[in-house]
Design a binder for this molecule. Sequence first.
Ligand SMILES: [Mg+2]
Length: 158
Amino acid sequence: MTFPELVVFDLDFTLWDCGGTWCDCLRPPFLKKEGQFFDSDGRHLTLYSDVLAILDDVDDLGLPMALASRTERPDWARELLKLFGIQDRFPYQEIYPGSKVKHLKKISDLSRVPLDKMLFFDDEHRNLADLRPYGVRCQHVASGMSEELFSEGLELFA
Ligand SMILES: [Mg+2]
């Protein structure tokens, strides 16, 4: 089996759910209550339940991980990464508005991994459509990352 050389994740609705909205629509400050995270309007902020296990799986495969997010509030996104304790899991973090072609080209420049060796997970079809012409293997995420979707993504390289 062939493997990707790098795995890229979107944030909103891929790794996390910010109470049914995007993280740039939240209202800080973010609060911790009984081990759970909320924004100031009471929205419940969570990683999808399989995410930590998936990150461990990618580590076990020895593959580097990257983030590509087009959020309007990179500062809030970084704060959430810290809250969830996963800020150090991704050596490449491209978080700013715009087409994700820019994000993944930058990740490719920094990592020296060609675009056609990357596996990309995102819930928005427009981002996948932007990147497929560059040879990026794209896995659509319908309702948050799951172990099953991760396996399906790997199959794109089989
Ligand atoms: Mg998203």
